[in-house]
Write a protein that binds this ligand. Structure first.
Ligand SMILES: [Zn+2]
Length: 520
């Protein structure tokens, strides 16, 4: 999501320590079938969860916010006793469930939690467009899928076989969802939309939107030569703005593919849907709510928010952190990708300027990577955007472009780090160390695991000489030194090097490091 955080009501955040009853469960697939009642602002239907149990069990646990009513629970077709409280469905099985595959069906309904300030707090958004049509959306990044469907609400487990979403709405509305639209069935006053994704998908991307939508479709050929349609679900009242937005969106897609490789979901679609809230990185159906406002970059209209949310198709949806502790991989690298758009269309100096300014927005009160088993709210308190992006800027400088850019693309296109294989900060560190041909752990530790700055010590010596040393890192690092108006790239370490200058040398004038300079 875009940067800006509001505090959530207690209990509404997702992640944290995995419950033991859920740790033995691997979610394979969700089917979510719901009727949406716009007058009552309610939902009604069922969710089926297919799981593989690693061990036999007598208890199954699923997260679901207490705001709903659960009527019935079945496991492999037979009714089971259950309790529903504290945002949890506890199924006390009548007999032990063996290890292996099982199917759990939960029949439920009610009024789902309503968002007050989406996307910064989560829930259903019920509104109308200016022509009076009902318009609804859901945001769930912080609260998780448990907002409206029973699930294992933890970033470490995604449904590897995808999701079927069968949503019934009044017939004048259109439903936009993840994956492919398999069918639209009309019956009387309602229409049922069946959306299906075969890809693994994060819990908070399992949402749908409904409104008076018109669909604009454009063919797109990916950087690898595959064909995938771009589909824009735009409110009918804004249909005249769709083609221009798609022109802008195409530039965004091409640019992201240049740095990060092929769009990750080529068998389905590149999707974007107009929403009443600002934006969110919903896989194959990104939420767009920026009201067709653009800025100029390189002389062309550009939507930084749309670019950011779409960047999450790589950083967040394709590459996914196991733990909220590692969410800088989503937000920091995605934000760095936004800065690369500026580099692409306005050049290196404009790109550098972003970091020369953003360094002042880094609070540095908490490490970017705090501790394992974090929940969403705690993760978003830190500097995961600004310092995460700045760290990538530093890493690029340290490695040099000839190593850094191929490594970045290699990471986000490696099977080992994508789709079903979730990652953490150690994976990123080890990968970039290998690509750099040297151990970068001290750099990752300094900037991601502490709030320390790089300490550069300048010691004045006789005859206009200065000894320049790094003090709190034990690897050599490149550093730009400006002496008498001339900038040279040197290699600094603990031992240091001597430069001659009429005035005190300027260290790192273009600002590649978050640093502290001590002059003695
Ligand atoms: Zn984001």
């Amino acid at each position: 999501m875009a940067v800006a955080i509001l505090s959530k009501a207690q209990g509404l955040t997702s992640g944290g320590k995995l419950k033991p009853e859920q740790a033995i469960m691997d979610v394979r697939h969700y089917t979510i079938a719901l009727n949406v009642d716009f007058n009552q602002r309610s939902i009604d239907g069922y969710t089926t969860i297919d799981v593989i149990m690693a061990k036999p069990t007598n208890v199954l646990l699923f997260d679901l916010l207490d705001s709903l009513n659960v009527r019935k629970v079945m496991v492999n077709g037979s009714d089971q006793p259950f309790e529903y409280k504290n945002n949890l469905i506890t199924i006390n099985l009548t007999k032990e469930l063996p290890a292996g595959r099982a199917s759990v069906k939960v029949i439920y309904g009610g009024k789902p939690h309503v968002a007050r300030h989406p996307p910064w707090d989560d829930g259903f958004i019920w509104t109308r467009d200016s022509t009076g049509h009902n318009w609804m959306a859901i945001t769930a990044e912080g609260t998780g899928g448990k907002l409206y469907f029973p699930c294992k609400d933890h970033p470490s487990d995604e449904p590897n076989e995808g999701v079927d979403m069968i949503i019934t709405v009044p017939k004048d509305l259109v439903v936009a969802g993840p994956g492919l639209l398999k069918s639209v069935t009309r019956h009387g006053a309602t229409a049922t939309y069946h959306w299906k994704t075969n890809y693994t998908i994060n819990n908070y991307s399992i949402i749908f939107n409904a409104g008076d939508y018109k669909v604009f479709t454009r063919p797109y050929t990916t950087v690898d030569g595959n064909h995938v349609p771009i589909q824009f679900y735009v409110l009918n009242e804004h249909a005249d703005k769709a083609e221009h937005l798609l022109d802008i969106f195409e530039r965004t897609i091409h640019e992201q593919e240049k740095y990060f490789g092929e769009y990750p979901w080529v068998k389905e679609k590149i999707g974007i849907v107009e929403t009443p809230h600002l934006g969110m990185e919903h896989q194959t159906m990104n939420a767009y709510g920026n009201k067709f406002r653009y800025i100029k970059v390189g002389g062309e209209d550009y939507d930084p928010l749309m670019h950011h949310e779409f960047g999450h198709e790589w950083w967040g949806n394709k590459v996914t952190a196991k733990d909220w502790a590692d969410y800088w991989i989503h937000e920091g690298i995605c934000s760095f990708g936004d800065d690369l758009y500026i580099r692409e269309f306005e050049g290196e100096a404009a790109y550098n300027k972003i970091f020369q300014q953003s360094i002042f927005s880094i609070a540095n009160k908490l490490p970017v990577v705090q501790h394992p088993d974090m929940d969403e709210e705690a993760a978003y308190i830190g500097d995961i955007y600004s310092k995460g992006a700045f760290f990538m800027h530093t890493l690029r400088y340290v490695m040099g472009d000839s190593l850094f850019f191929p490594a970045l693309k290699k990471f986000v296109t490696s099977p080992q780090y994508t789709y079903d294989n979730l990652v953490n900060t150690d994976d990123v560190e080890q990968f970039f160390s290998k690509e750099a041909g040297r151990d970068l752990k001290p750099l990752f530790d300094l900037y991601l695991r502490t709030t320390d700055k790089l300490v550069v010590h300048i010691k004045q010596q006789p005859h206009g000489k200065y000894l320049i040393q790094l003090q709190n890192i034990n690897i050599p690092l490149p550093i730009d030194i400006e002496t008498d108006g001339v900038t040279k790239r040197m290699i600094a370490d603990n031992k240091g090097f001597v430069v001659t200058s009429k005035t005190i040398p300027v260290i790192d004038p273009d600002v590649f490091y978050i640093k502290k300079i001590i002059i003695e």
